[in-house]
Design a protein around this ligand. Structure first.
Ligand code: ATP
Ligand code: MG
Length: 137
């Protein structure tokens, strides 16, 4: 089975959507094997999203991710990376399919409620960024 890193972003945690979003993951067969609520600093958010450092929205993105607590979690299941991205929906909620998290809950392309790793290598890196070995059973 595969594991992926998921983040419930500030726009969703502040609207008390954690439970509804977790229900979508569990209904899709994804098991939540680790989870914690943290408040990132802008520098930590920038480190996490370092691949986007040259994009025009980088400042907006890191400021948003540090604006309120997030819930970081590890999801496990067969094909977890692809399955999670399917449940999340397209980056821009306007393009997201019906029933996806972003279609139902996201406010804009920036404040889009969830993050999910996009490949096995980034999943491993992102899980290690937030969780220690002791937290991963
Ligand atoms: P994520 O990496 O958060 O799972 P994604 O893989 O669907 O989302 P990316 O292209 O990796 O999308 O962009 C990372 C994040 O940057 C997006 O989720 C969104 O919050 C923000 N972002 C992307 N494009 C824009 C944009 N045009 N304007 C503002 N913010 C954006
Ligand atoms: Mg991405």
């Amino acid at each position: 089975t595969e594991r992926t890193l998921s983040i419930i972003k500030p726009d969703a945690t502040t609207r008390n959507l954690t439970g509804k979003i977790n229900a979508k993951f569990e209904d899709a067969g994804l098991r939540i094997v680790a989870q914690k609520r943290i408040h990132l600093t802008p520098a930590q958010a920038g480190q996490f999203y370092i691949v986007h450092k040259d994009r025009p929205f980088f400042g907006e993105l890191t400021e948003f991710m540090a604006s309120a607590p997030v819930v970081v979690q590890v999801l496990e299941g067969e094909g977890a990376i692809a399955k999670n991205r399917e449940v999340m929906g397209a980056t821009n909620p306007a393009d997201a399919a019906p029933g996806t998290i972003r279609k139902e809950f996201a406010e804009s392309v920036g404040e889009n409620s969830v993050h999910g790793s996009d490949a096995p290598e980034t999943a491993a890196e992102e899980i290690a960024f937030f969780f220690s070995g002791l937290e991963l059973v």
